[in-house]
Design a protein around this ligand. Structure first.
Ligand SMILES: [Cu+2]
Length: 155
């Protein structure tokens, strides 16, 4: 009878398939959280603002900068983000989504309203590049807002 080896082979194949299935299931990377920061003309009596001035998220989380009102954009302030992070440069009037892959502090501005203080601070996991961010040149109004947010982040 030549039946037995075939059954053994099938069982073995099933075991391999089960193992492969389990491996592929556990190998799927965790999907990060998603949040939205709106670009607004006003909020709580303040003009030209992002809906959140400070946001803390985790590595792998994504943020959509939503052009709720036209005439704004979202982009990183030069030098105001961790080394090695991909640039964020949204177009005026367009939504842009960005996944934060490197821990640290990110400074986001709206280019048209930068001098008026339209900025947002995002902390990803930690404040590892705080010294670098403190040394970036910022217009005085922006510096005041950023420092206030960083103070909150350190509490
Ligand atoms: Cu703006």
């Amino acid at each position: 009878m030549g039946g037995a080896p075939i059954i053994i082979e099938r069982r073995f194949t099933m075991k391999i398939l089960t193992i492969l299935t389990l491996v592929s299931l556990t190998a799927v990377p965790a999907i990060g959280a998603e949040s939205t920061i709106e670009m607004l003309n006003s909020k709580n009596g303040e003009n030209l603002v992002f809906s959140e001035k400070f946001t803390k998220i985790a590595k792998g989380d994504a943020v959509t900068f939503k052009a709720t009102k036209p005439g704004h954009n979202a982009e990183f302030i030069p030098g105001g983000f961790p080394q090695g992070a991909e640039e964020l440069r949204g177009q005026v009037g367009k939504d842009i989504e960005y996944t934060f892959k490197i821990p640290g502090v990110y400074l986001v501005r709206c280019a048209p309203h930068y001098g008026m203080g339209m900025v947002a601070v995002i902390e990803v996991d930690d404040l590892s590049n705080l010294d670098q961010v403190k040394q970036v040149y910022l217009p005085s109004k922006v510096r005041a807002i950023v420092d206030e947010q960083l103070k909150k982040a350190q509490m």
